[in-house]
Design a protein around this ligand. Sequence first.
Ligand code: VG1
Ligand code: CO
Length: 544
Amino acid sequence: MNIITVSTQPFNDQKPGTSGLRKRVPVFQQRNYLENFVQSIFDSLDGYEGQTLVVGGDGRYYNRTAIQVILKMAAANGFGKVLVGQGGILSTPAASCVIRKYNAFGGIILSASHNPGGPDADFGIKYNIGNGGPAPEKVTDAIYDRTLTIEGYKIVEATDLDLDQLGTSTLGSMTVEVIDSVTDYAELMQSLFDFEAIKALLTSNDFKMCMDSLHAVTGPYAKTILEGMLSAPVGTVVNGVPLEDFGGGHPDPNLVYAHDLVELMFGDNAPAFGAASDGDGDRNMILGSNFFVTPSDSLAVIVANANLVKGCKGGIAGVARSMPTSEAVDRVAEKMGIDCYETPTGWKFFGNLMDAGKVTLCGEESFGTGSNHVREKDGLWAVFFWLNILAVRKQSVEEIVKEHWSIYGRNYYSRHDYEGVESDRADKLITELRAKLASLKGQKFGNYEVDYADDFSYTDPIDGSISQKQGVRIGFTDGSRIVFRLSGTGTSGATLRVYLESYEPDSSKQNLDPQVALGELINIADEIAQIKALTGFDVPTVIT
Ligand code: VG1
Ligand code: CO
């Protein structure tokens, strides 16, 4: 088989963001655009010759086309073997699981996660290293540097492979094995949770659940595990067939985009438990009957109840959360006497802590929770964790969360997103905010006094690498916080995220609507950052 080198010219916009390179499909369809990025990944790696690469994606538009290109380029660049999910499907946590299980050199995951899919919507690509986790910044920086100087890429001349038939074939001197997308992941879940107890719960007459896969990648996983292995009634999983455009929706499991599930769970005769996951299967939303669990609370409850779950029987080494995530988990960690790490946004910062055995459970406010079973956040894992807790405690979701608040206090929490802000305006807002930071300490805003104001900087405790400018934090003397940062996953304009948090230890005051409880802080955020004036938006586009 012929290996050819195609000459190319650099693109100047291939800098990976919070989670890989995300662009509109037409951008990826430009001649050599995908190829340049893939070759830049390979050129930044050492010692992969003859090794195994894992490839799969969330099934969105362009997934199959991209995979064919990646297979031919992997063969031309000297990989020994590629494991690819059937039909090109691998959820992000399943890809992480497969990389680890088969000691692969790394993996390429095709996804733009919760962003919409389709010919005019979004596509994405990211590289995961041998521990199964997203490449750390030193690797993504090297990839980006390479994209700026690349002059050619290698590819074999071959016809497309059949991705739908399980089994092994060859491409040049490389082996391609099409693997079942679900099996390895399902086995891992079975090893972590008490499937018998969950099965008893799911088949009892007075328990109903709804899993909304939002036409995205978790459909086949949820059906096989929930409706198959765990005998939940057929129909428990809805929107369970991955579609290239996710049925035209945003595959984002939050109160805004998972509206059908929210309506069901807040309607009459609501099921006891509801859950949803995102495009690539790494996010989760947890709902009880008429009750929403914020992701930050979900992490705290999971940590507090970890002893009930087989996979955590060895104990919890420590926990971690991204900086904007609420401090609810910090309170649990403190009581348990374990370390709690605060990292920048994005899962790539948890990997080192997990590899070093310092962290067992971790999470982000953006509907992401996970453990050291893989090196990605894992939507269905969180669902099984909650089911396992429910099966053991035999209480409702609401009872469990409210009991948690009565013990640890409640961290009122909300995130306000301003999507599609003009980039210049968003940059100006952050620049002016940064300029103010030094003078904020000690200033009073209504009932609140600024305790500290800074731009979050993180030094990785394992390898000493430093990540600066990871979000502006303004802390108040009563423990409340406002955090501002710009999204690193969007594909057009800028998205401003404003994170608001306050702490309420008094049980009699824990039942307010968070927007009410945080009302004064919301106004202070606008006063300090001049959000309305500088963005031109009167209200956020999404509130979670
Ligand atoms: C967002 C979330 C972040 C998450 C990232 C990737 O990033 O805030 O917590 O890790 O998405 O998640 P940003 O930079 O837009 O705020 V996923 O499910 O899109 O892979
Ligand atoms: Co995702």
